[in-house]
Design a protein around this ligand. Structure first.
Ligand SMILES: [Zn+2]
Length: 146
């Protein structure tokens, strides 16, 4: 499911985390090209759901979560500071203030990690680049301990 989560980065920057995720059972995973294809499918799904520059052109972070019974979940995330996305996400969260999406804490923690790790560059720098090119293949990072 596609979702946008507001997040405040450690430097105070207001950002949005656009996320999408998919869970495939072991048999489906095996019959559909495995983890690489699951990752590619989630990225395609996220890019199909969001129209902003970050979703379309940034390198998406991919988190792999193995579940009990052999199912595997892949979540693709991207950080975004587009004011339009921020306003939309804030409005949506205000409308649903009484029910927080279960993924919200994880999305915010990811945004902080991403920012602290220095992978996050200023959106202003990106916007000064006249042409965008599709990013390189997205590496799959297996999250340990789950
Ligand atoms: Zn966005």
């Amino acid at each position: 499911m596609y979702r946008s989560t507001t997040a405040t980065l450690p430097d105070g920057t207001k950002a949005v985390v656009h996320s999408d995720s998919l869970i495939w059972e072991k048999a489906i995973l095996r019959g559909n090209g495995g983890l690489a294809n699951l990752g590619a499918t989630v990225i395609e799904q996220l890019r199909g759901a969001g129209a902003c520059v970050a979703v379309q052109h940034e390198d998406l972070g991919v988190i792999v979560t193995p579940h009990r019974g052999g199912a595997t979940e892949i979540t693709a995330r991207v950080l975004c500071t587009d004011p339009t996305c921020l306003t939309a996400a804030e409005t949506h969260e205000q409308e649903l203030f009484w029910v927080q999406h279960p993924d919200t804490p994880a999305a915010r923690a990811w945004a902080t990690r991403r920012a602290v790790a220095g992978e996050w560059q200023l959106q202003a720098e990106r916007e000064s680049i006249a042409h965008y090119y599709p990013g390189p293949a997205v590496p799959l990072h297996v999250r340990e301990g789950q």
